[in-house]
Design a protein around this ligand. Structure first.
Ligand SMILES: Cc1cc2nc3c(=O)[nH]c(=O)nc-3n(C[C@H](O)[C@H](O)[C@H](O)COP(=O)(O)O)c2cc1C
Length: 299
């Protein structure tokens, strides 16, 4: 595949920034609520953000120097003054309001008011929680690491989570967050966002403590299937063993399969049949069909 080579040192920062935003995406959004030393609230979204530890619980986000004028941002100033922040998750219903809070209002302007969001007292820190946010994490700042002194340079803000508030409505009966109810949004490049609910959410069950066969155990005829995609082959490679000889025997006498085994075009047809079985969730059956379709199996 043809690739575009980028040397970060040779590209204008504003363009490099967009390539990074497009390539590292979607990113969760920290809706960071801070307060200056005089008690003026501040609220701004930051998508250079993630969780990096659960014990202790640590979140990290980055406030960058502006590319256009190398200025640093109010969130960083407030954090340096007070050492506190509440990181609020951003869901679909507040997405547009969140974007409004990213406007470069002067430091004395309260973005809760500008964006029409509800400030709510936190338990352990001074900055407000965003009442509408389904997950609000009260943090004390452990460390701020400056990554450079030119426009675009980040400041890693390493936060210890001291209290978490989750809307009851998004917690399911297994005491876990239901992503469909949480309905978070992620930021991509430019004006693109992604909504993490409904058909955008996929489940992948991959036990890590059972040794899956892996691609190297797939026969050549399966690995080079003209029908199966990489994801579909991975379903087969994720099995821990092939179906038994007796299971293969039973499959081979099913009328449709028996007929395909006799046809000249049988190999493709059997791979299509295997594909249907994978889509239906019958991966063992698909594996059996693929083995039967393998010319070497019959030698
Ligand atoms: C979804 C979204 C994500 C953003 N992520 C970042 C980020 O990770 N780092 C950053 O410096 N600015 C980011 N920005 C821009 C800031 O929100 C913007 O500069 C804001 O005015 C900063 O506010 P403050 O000066 O009150 O901290 C983001 C903007 C949006 C809309």
């Amino acid at each position: 595949m043809k690739t575009r080579m980028i040397d970060p040192k040779q590209m204008a920062v504003k363009d490099l920034h967009q390539f990074i935003l497009g390539a590292v995406a979607p990113r969760p959004i920290a809706f960071a609520s801070t307060m200056d030393k005089n008690g003026v609230p501040n609220l701004a979204p930051y998508s250079f953000f993630n969780a990096f530890s659960s014990n202790p619980p640590v979140l990290v986000f980055s406030s960058n120097r502006k590319v256009k004028d190398n200025q640093t941002k109010d969130t960083l100033h407030n954090i340096r003054e007070t050492g506190e922040v509440v990181i609020n998750a951003v869901n679909f219903s507040m997405m547009r309001q969140m974007a409004l809070a990213s406007v470069e209002y002067p430091a004395n302007i309260d973005e809760f008011i500008k964006a029409g969001l509800t400030p709510m007292a936190a338990d352990l820190v001074k900055p407000f929680r965003v009442a509408e946010s389904p997950a609000q994490m009260e943090c004390t700042v452990k460390e701020v690491i400056a990554l450079g002194d030119q426009g675009g340079a980040g400041h890693l803000i390493i936060c210890d989570v001291v209290r978490i508030h989750i809307h009851e409505a998004v917690i399911d009966e297994q005491n876990r967050i239901d992503p469909h109810l949480m309905d978070l949004v992620g930021r991509m490049g430019r004006a693109y966002y992604v909504r993490a609910s409904g058909p955008a959410v996929h489940t992948v069950f991959q036990p890590v403590d059972q040794l899956a066969m892996g691609f190297d155990q797939l026969p050549e005829s399966v690995r080079r299937s003209p029908v199966l995609t990489g994801n579909e082959l991975a379903e087969i490679a994720a099995l821990t063993e092939w179906p038994s000889a007796s299971a293969l025997e039973l499959l081979s006498i099913e009328p449709t399969i028996a007929e395909m085994l006799l046809q000249e075009e049988g190999y493709d047809h059997l791979h299509q049949l295997a594909r249907k079985a994978i889509i239906a969730g019958s991966v063992d059956r698909a594996a059996g069909i693929l083995i039967l379709a393998d010319p070497l199996y019959h030698q």
